[in-house]
Design a binder for this molecule. Structure first.
Ligand code: MIC
Ligand code: SF4
Length: 656
């Protein structure tokens, strides 16, 4: 690949030989490609979903963005589609108006899960995609560099602003061998999680290479890039090769193919090697995606529910596998088996090829093409149930049942459990017949709306239901930031703990109401305490804010007056969201100091001290000083002092 002299001069020469480096260098507009350095990249495509999209577009309105400047932007409605009352329905109307006004494609409720549809219809090799959903790297399966971000960052990208990120270190995942029967792509990513853990990918990106790559189809690759998110990695990618071309051909987009592979002599910052021939079926135990063991280790545990679907495993190939395994059989009577197809096209193809009938005859419940049980929208398991799911997250309580035991596995393993009633190694079920994939997938749906042209768009009025409340801007930081510790948390606190989704999804566009549930799963009294004390501090362990991209996990605490989070370490997207909404993110310089701060201690930070990356927090209650640090850039420091990026940008717009 040809590069400008400047890129060559400033870049880490290693990175330019990798697929990720090649895509970054085609999009870089500021900074240099040195691991850890901040860069700005142009964004070709964006996606939002309804649960993060309403707030993203409300922010876009605050910022005065009114027409998408990207090559392609899609607004998906896939998370919250039940319409149990007016809230959902009102959000959908708002999103439809905004899409028409801004020039976005709208994928209506029921059309499918954003990542599955994006892979089928829009993601293109070599492009950048920014999405207000953490699993946006799914598109890496087709060599499109997807990155998850908060809604504000996506709104800015829609407005044509570059996206700022730290150049990741690149972990090369070398795949050799070939998957054995009943061992699946899901087992590859579970193995990666077993090796790296839920924070092993923070500040890094995963690039797959090696002879095994060619044995995996695009939907299989997308399962792997999708769940790479659970390592904390910024993005995951496969090269664009003949397999990519075959997939694009099957969805009538072969003209969008470009070859894109790492140079033969590419070197990575780290290399993990996985011999797929030696892999066995794996399963993640409750309550973390990295608690991975061979299925045989937990075989025999009684199962109550099996759920197939989510953006990890809802492709035509996945559901065809389920149908092949279920054909002519019945699921155990005591098991509830649900199937959520990833898109309308998937269900259309299943129907056309007769697989839908096989699923129904076996006793599967076919749900809508949405996230559904993955985000606690229905199908909460019974108390204490064991549920085996093909999903990507099993954080405690996420299913809607706090004491449910959620296991994550491949489709092959999950269906084996549905047939036997206990956790079962799929290899004991015999081999699958050869599954010929159809040459063409029917991209069939009536649920996609193209936007009107810019002239017609001017006539569109944005309709807002009563549950849609405007976003309030935070004030500037005072000189002395003072408050008590409102909560002290352990390691790996997910955004599902900070801001639960499930039954509260209808409140995503109503921050004052949603804020009443901040930290509810960890401490139901948090809201009251925060209100009484007019905010304060949060103390946390490692990897604070892992999981989803929901900026509500920063926006709602910010609304309650949370001033800062002092943690052992942060997850990438959540860290950016904290800065966007004016919450100071600090880490302990000495990890043991975590033990020197307790609930209710009064803390004080000098705002001016934030100019340096190392500073002191006074623990006024204990009369001690605690050294802390931050990784904010000079521009982020300005923003945090101004009350966060949203407040800063909107107050500094030219028209104001
Ligand atoms: C998730 O899987 O947790 C979600 C729901 O898709 C989130 C987005 C959200 O909270 O709306 C994500 O992954 O970013
Ligand atoms: Fe939807 Fe689940 Fe995927 Fe999140 S992880 S986008 S909730 S299917």
């Amino acid at each position: 690949m040809e590069y400008s002299n400047k890129i060559l001069k400033d870049a880490d020469p290693k990175i330019l030989k990798t697929v990720i480096g090649m895509i970054l260098s085609q999009h870089i507009v500021q900074g240099s490609l040195q691991p850890g350095d901040e860069i700005g990249i142009t964004i070709d495509q964006t996606l939002t979903q309804d649960a993060t999209g309403t707030v993203a577009y409300l922010e876009a309105e605050v910022l005065g963005i009114n027409r998408a400047k990207t090559e392609l932007s899609v607004s998906y409605i896939d998370h919250n589609t039940l319409k149990m009352d007016h809230k959902n329905a009102d959000d959908h109307v708002y999103l439809q108006c905004v899409a028409a006004k801004y020039g976005l494609i709208l994928s209506k409720a029921g059309n499918g899960i954003c990542h599955q549809i994006h892979l089928e219809r829009y993601a293109r090799p070599g492009k950048t995609l920014l999405g207000s959903d953490s699993h946006t790297p799914t598109s890496g399966g087709i060599c499109c560099m997807g990155i998850g971000a908060g809604g504000l960052d996506v709104a800015l990208a829609i407005g044509g602003e570059p996206f700022l990120l730290k150049t990741p270190k690149i972990i090369g995942v070398k795949l050799t061998g070939r998957l054995k029967p009943m061992v699946a792509a899901k087992d590859v990513i579970l193995e990666v999680l077993r090796i790296l853990g839920v924070k092993g990918g923070v500040g890094k990106a995963l690039e797959y290479f090696g002879p095994g790559v060619k044995t995996l189809s695009v939907p299989e690759r997308a399962t792997i890039t999708n769940m790479g998110v659970e390592t904390g990695a910024t993005t995951s990618i496969f090269p664009s090769d003949e397999v990519t071309l075959d997939f694009l051909r099957s969805v009538d987009r072969e003209d969008q193919w470009i070859p894109l592979e790492a140079d033969e002599d590419a070197e990575y910052d780290e290399v993990i090697e996985i011999n797929m021939s030696k892999l066995v079926p794996l399963i993640a135990k409750p309550h973390s995606p990295d608690d991975v063991v061979p299925v045989s280790d937990v075989a025999g545990i009684k199962v109550d529910q099996v759920c197939i679907g989510s953006c990890t495993n809802s492709s035509f190939k996945d559901l065809m596998t389920a149908a092949y395994m279920l054909k002519g059989k019945r699921v155990k009577p005591e098991i509830s088996l649900t199937v959520s197809p990833g898109s309308m096209s998937v269900i259309y193809d299943l129907a056309e090829h007769g697989y839908l009938a096989d699923l129904l005859a076996a006793g599967a419940r076919i749900l809508e093409c949405t996230c559904g049980p993955c985000i606690g929208q229905g199908q909460a398991p019974k108390s204490g149930a064991v549920s085996v799911r093909t999903f990507n997250r099993n954080f405690k309580g996420r299913s809607g049942t706090p004491d449910a035991q959620i296991y994550l596995s491949s489709v092959e393993t999950a269906i084996s459990c549905a047939l036997t009633g206990v956790i079962t190694d799929p290899r004991s079920m015999g081999e699958l017949r050869e599954m010929p994939m159809p040459e063409k997938l029917r991209m069939q749906t009536g649920l996609v709306l193209e936007p009107p042209d810019s002239e017609e768009a001017k006539e569109v009025t944005i309709i807002r239901g009563p549950n849609i409340k405007p976003i309030e801007l935070r004030g500037e930081l005072p000189q002395k930031v003072k408050g008590t510790v409102l909560i002290k948390l352990e390691d790996n606190i997910s955004t599902d703990i900070i801001m639960p989704a499930g039954i509260y999804l209808g409140l995503r566009s109503n921050i004052p109401e949603y804020a009443k549930h901040v930290f509810e799963p960890a401490d139901p009294d948090f809201y009251q305490r925060a209100k009484e004390r007019d905010g304060g501090f949060v103390i946390a362990g490692e990897n604070y804010g892992q999981g989803s991209s929901r900026e509500h996990a920063a926006l709602c605490p910010s609304y309650l007056g949370v001033k800062g989070v002092i943690a052992k370490s942060f997850a990438r997207i959540h860290l950016a969201n904290l800065i966007n909404f004016g919450i100071i993110p600090l880490t302990f310089k000495n990890i043991d100091d975590y033990d020197r701060v307790d609930l209710n201690d009064e803390l004080q930070i000098d705002a001016a001290a934030l100019d340096s990356s190392e500073l002191i927090i006074k623990n006024l209650t204990k009369g001690i000083e605690i050294p802390v640090q931050h990784t904010m850039t000079p521009s982020e420091i300005i923003r945090i002092k101004a009350g966060g990026s949203l407040a800063y940008i909107s107050r500094n717009q030219p028209q104001n």
